[in-house]
Ligand binder design. Sequence first.
Ligand SMILES: Cc1ncc(COP(=O)(O)O)c(C=O)c1O
Length: 415
Amino acid sequence: MRRSLPEKGIHFKVLERELMAARADDLPWDRGTFYTYWPDPGDNTALVAKEAMALMGQQRVISRKGNPSALRIERDVQDMVLGIFQAPDGAACTLTAGGTESNYLAVLAAREWARAARPGLGRPNIILGRASHPSFDKAGHALDVEIVRIDEGPDGRLDPAKVAATIDGRTIMLVGNAPSFPLGRIDALDQFAALAARHNLWFHVDACVGGFLIPFLRRAGIKGQAVDFTVPGVRSISADLHKYGLTPTGLSTLTVRDARDQDHHRFVFTDWPAGEYATPSFAGSRNASTIAAAWAVMRNLGLAGYVAKAKAVAAQAEALARGIEQIPGLRLLNESEAGILVYTSDELDVPAIGDGMTERGFPSRWLKGPIAIHLMISPNGDLETVATYLDVLAEVTQAVRAGTVKRRTEKQVYA
Ligand SMILES: Cc1ncc(COP(=O)(O)O)c(C=O)c1O
């Protein structure tokens, strides 16, 4: 039934109850149970974000004259992001509404750069892995850029030789994942950056998932490759504050090594009666609340807070991996590198395992190719939950083998 505007206003206390009731069917993303699209920041961090959002929720980010406070906090967030990615002087960061918009802007910038630098280019293409996010296809669709996808190798990473063999006269950009959402693996960024440099291509790193985790894992002494501008040839990095940055949904970043590249994704219109209109992102006016939340969360956690959260993610990933290896019939697809762990079975029905886990309180997402169970680890989880998860998983695996648990879902849908 279509709901109409109420004749008379309803007291907020009533609406509050309705909102809470509406949430009842949502899957639990905040109980450390590994079913998340956005990691659970933990109660204290969530509270900091909520309070900051309430303070700035009526402020807008649009006009230098009208909203200097919002622009000031935006500048602070951008500066902190530039620091996290070790961006050199002259770099620039744009705040966006999400990873999709960040990747869109990267594709737009590469296209505009290539159009200017390579007259007669024709319809450009960009090369990326099959596990790369569909936001690139969305951008390609809107911007008339062909998306060329290549299968990752068994280690979940793109093979530089395969990518090199795919580059043609219309290629403008290579994309590396840090990590890809489905497979959770980080591509060999230094090799792709060098390859891109040899062919005069734009090299973009999609670090929407790992951008605000990997630098802190490294600070915690957990080995792994750099995902920042210390890698020569990385031209742009997209990274979501609303994932492992642990800030509320609606905030991502696109950072370019050279601020002049920002001009390639800035839209400027000067011939308007109200005055010049120039924005570096897709949105026009924006609400300051998510930026304020990020400003407060980042400064409240500080480096030490993010490092502690990264350690918690790594400890759970390690315990899960070692436990899954012990369960007959299950196989880790790869070691976890940045918050995502994927496992499969060569003999059992994987969706049935996922559905069995869901029924027992561990909502599970499975991948459709390779067929596998996908876990995203929250810093707010703990080793006790991991131990329970592993016990339940052992029981479900046996039940699937015995035929007493069967799959209920046939089609996997992300969004
Ligand atoms: C690797 C990667 N890039 C981009 C995105 C898009 O992010 P958003 O959903 O914030 O638009 C996602 C989302 O999960 C992602 O995993």
